[in-house]
Design a protein around this ligand. Structure first.
Ligand code: NAD
Length: 335
């Protein structure tokens, strides 16, 4: 029986990278009945929002979605579409692996870490207001419930994947109450997993360590804002936003999407790298326990990366988005 999966093409470069990724996933042989739902800027005139209710309904029904990036209009009174989607569906864990890929040259080797970012609160709760004309306040929300839940998620993931260490990243030396609570919850959960080493690091020190010796780190557990920033840093360690996949996971639904945004200046040019979205699709296949199909796609991706013939501009080539997808499908068919 075919899986029913919500497919959101998204804004900007979204439709072309999502289409390229869909073709590769279909070629892997997994039977998927894609339910294509439109979201994004173009819908605002008709629905008054880039995220109409039917998008959330589709994901709630199918429980799994592959999503292109969505643009958040700046300064027009819209909350971030992506944050709203994560909060509405309670997709509390944002998982972003950063691993060196064969054939992608970077300054570093041996990087293989996973970022687990709390996805529902912190400064991302979006509670802010002006205080008079010349000041503004943003409220940072950290709760025991959300912190314990994400810590448990990180340790469970580490255990499932045979990883050895979880490092909580925080700024509890300054934000003693909010980050202090996050760290306290991580420490408590760590006691339930004696087989996994637990340590913690202040976020600024973590940035320095990550650009010096990223290969030493395994699973990083972070509150929302630090997770957002550190995950772009980690994407840079392994080849950039073009190869950085992500997953948003909750108890009732999971949405897989690239780390990058809609890159509007490249929209419609068949130019950007489809791998960040395709690798998010590979995470989706693993989530569905379709390991053979995921491995088949990864083997073909690695072949194309090592051959260096059909790469997009960010990887030093001149191939288009669809050419790269064709090359991956070709490599899969060659076996
Ligand atoms: P961006 O990630 O869209 O692009 C920044 C730059 O990174 C691009 O100009 C391009 O040079 C490079 N890049 C991005 N994706 C690439 C790819 N696949 N291949 C090669 N190069 C790539 O960041 P931005 O310009 O700050 O954001 C644009 C819009 O996207 C904003 O509206 C923002 O809110 C939104 N956004 C959405 C998501 C999401 O949907 N999850 C995430 C981040 C940003």
């Amino acid at each position: 029986m075919a899986y029913k999966i919500t497919l959101i093409p998204g804004d900007g470069v979204g439709p072309q990278i999502v289409e390229a990724s869909r073709r590769v996933i279909d070629a892997s042989g997994v039977p998927i009945d894609w339910e294509v739902v439109e979201a994004g800027e173009a819908l605002i005139p008709q629905y008054g929002t880039p995220l109409p209710q039917y998008v959330l309904d589709s994901i709630r029904k199918n429980r799994v979605a592959l999503k292109g990036p969505l643009t958040t209009p700046v300064g027009k009174g819209f909350r971030s579409v992506n944050v709203t989607l994560r909060q509405e569906l309670d997709l509390y864990a944002n998982v972003r692996p950063a691993k060196n890929l064969p054939g992608v040259e970077t300054r570093y080797s041996g990087v293989d870490l996973i970022i687990v970012r709390e996805n529902t609160e912190d400064l991302y709760a979006g509670i802010e207001h002006r205080v008079g004309k010349n000041a503004a306040e943003s409220i940072k929300i950290i709760t025991r419930e959300a912190s314990t839940r994400i810590a448990r998620f990180a340790f469970d993931l580490a255990k499932r994947q045979g990883r050895k260490r979880v490092t909580a990243v925080h700024k509890a030396n300054i934000m003693k109450l909010s980050d202090g609570l996050f760290l306290e919850c991580a420490r408590q959960v760590a006691e339930e997993y004696p087989e996994i080493t637990f340590d913690d690091m202040i976020v600024d020190a973590m940035c320095m360590k990550l650009v010096q010796t990223p290969e030493l780190y395994d699973v990083l557990l972070l509150p929302n804002l630090y997770g957002d920033i550190i995950s772009d840093l980690c994407a840079g360690l392994v080849g950039g936003l073009g190869v950085a996949p992500g997953a948003n996971i909750g108890d009732d639904a999971a949405v897989f999407e690239p780390v990058h945004g809609s890159a509007p200046r490249h929209a419609g040019k068949n130019r950007v790298n489809p791998l960040a979205t395709l690798l998010s699709g590979v995470l989706m296949l693993r989530h569905l326990n379709e390991m053979a199909a995921a491995d088949r796609i990864m083997a073909a991706v690695i072949r194309v990366l090592e051959e260096k013939k059909s790469l997009t501009y960010d990887l030093g080539g001149s191939a288009g988005t669809s050419d790269m997808a064709d090359a991956i499908i070709g490599a899969m068919n060659r076996g």
